[in-house]
Design a binder for this molecule. Structure first.
Ligand code: CNA
Length: 343
């Protein structure tokens, strides 16, 4: 099945944006967990079920939102999302950057974005470290990520627990003859703004990330159904759930709680979409930044110290090129003003 961008029927909640700002959990006192026999209506009830040992097999689905605090913009957030930066390429649609047919004709936009997403330039976020903590506690069964930044691996989540649904930068190949392309050469080309070409046939080379129109990795197809059907809690974090088939994964999960952690409400409606309102639902909505929500969840679980111990100290942010230029212009002006005795 190819990767598709879907214009589905999400964001029906007209007020979801307003709510997202308030970073509040959605509460519904009628929610009842069939499997766990307890009300499942907020983070507290999810934490209590984990503490009681009712939840032991968690599947976690991620999107770009979990890496935003690492300094990697997501795609669709207005103003800061990567798609907003692509205007100069005059793409028919921003998604074309990741469209295999478009890439073959105009690879520049993709390689421009690739630089921002290249692994090795960023450190895992608090949310990644929470995933690692769940894994260390034997609670994480699997994480399916749409991200291509490799931050789950870097956080130390074991490889067998990760499904990189949209591939990764770990391997590169030629889109024409499919020969493998040297990964160091790919990295260096991306950093130097060069377009890499196959040494054998001269075709375009690209990293092994999955484009629209390409198949998802075999591992995804092999594992997702049994994982979704056997978990006893699904957590979905930092995704707009707009890319198929990934966006369908939460719909396979039935009869167990599903927790959505996101800045906005997504994935509602249709067959077994999220339903945070009906009295039979076991779906829990925690609106807000992933890092804040996982910190709260860790607190409710009594894991704050363990989470802190795993989180790297916050790095000093290096000033950007523009900030350096502005600083030096201000310095020069100040020196000039002093010389002229303006102040
Ligand atoms: P998206 O469509 O950009 O959606 C991101 C979602 O996360 C939106 O709903 C945001 O509201 C939400 N969000 C943003 N920041 C936060 C935050 N701090 N806390 C909570 N929620 C937040 O991205 P998707 O992942 O849904 O789209 C799938 C694409 C994006 C995949 O194919 C990825 O390959 C691709 N992508 C990956 C990266 C990465 O690897 N880090 C970065 C950008 C895009």
């Amino acid at each position: 099945m190819g990767r598709k961008s879907s214009k589905s029927k999400r964001n029906k909640r007209k007020n979801s944006k307003k709510k997202s700002k308030s970073s509040k959990e959605h509460s519904n006192s009628h929610h009842k967990s069939k499997k766990h026999g307890n009300k499942m209506n907020d983070l507290q009830s999810v934490a209590s079920a984990i503490k009681r040992g009712d939840i032991r097999k968690i599947v976690w689905l991620s999107g770009a939102g979990i890496s935003v605090s690492a300094g990697i913009p997501d795609f669709r957030t207005k103003g800061t999302g990567l798609y907003s930066r692509l205007e100069k390429y005059e793409l028919p649609r921003p998604e074309c950057t990741f469209d295999i047919e478009y890439f073959k004709k105009k690879p520049e936009a993709f390689f421009d974005l690739a630089k921002t997403l290249l692994p090795g330039e960023h450190v895992p976020t608090r949310t990644h470290m929470f995933l690692k903590l769940l894994s260390d506690k034997g609670l994480l069964h699997r994480t399916y990520t749409q991200n291509i930044d490799g931050l789950e691996r870097l956080a130390g989540v074991p490889e067998h627990k990760i499904v990189e649904a949209h591939g990764s930068f770990a391997k590169s190949y030629c889109v024409n003859c499919k020969a493998q392309y040297d990964n160091d050469a790919m990295r260096s080309a991306i950093l130097k703004n060069e377009i890499p070409h196959c040494k054998k046939c001269g075709g375009l080379a690209k990293p092994g990330i999955v484009f629209f129109g390409e198949s998802l990795p075999k591992r995804f197809h092999k594992m997702h159904r049994s994982d979704m059907k056997s978990c006893d809690l699904l957590i979905v974090a930092g995704t707009s759930l707009r890319v198929q088939p990934f966006s369908e994964l939460p719909r396979i999960v039935k009869g167990v709680p599903r927790l959505l952690i996101n800045r906005e409400c997504v994935g509602e409606g249709g067959h077994n979409g999220f339903d945070f309102d009906s009295k039979h639902t076991q779906d829990v909505l925690a609106l807000g930044n992933c890092d804040d929500v996982v910190s709260k969840l860790a607190e409710l679980l009594g894991w704050t110290e363990e989470l802190e111990a795993r989180c790297p100290p916050r790095r000093e942010r290096k000033p950007s090129f523009v900030e350096n230029v502005v600083d030096s212009v201000v310095d020069t002006l100040e020196r000039g003003m002093k010389a002229l005795k303006v102040f």
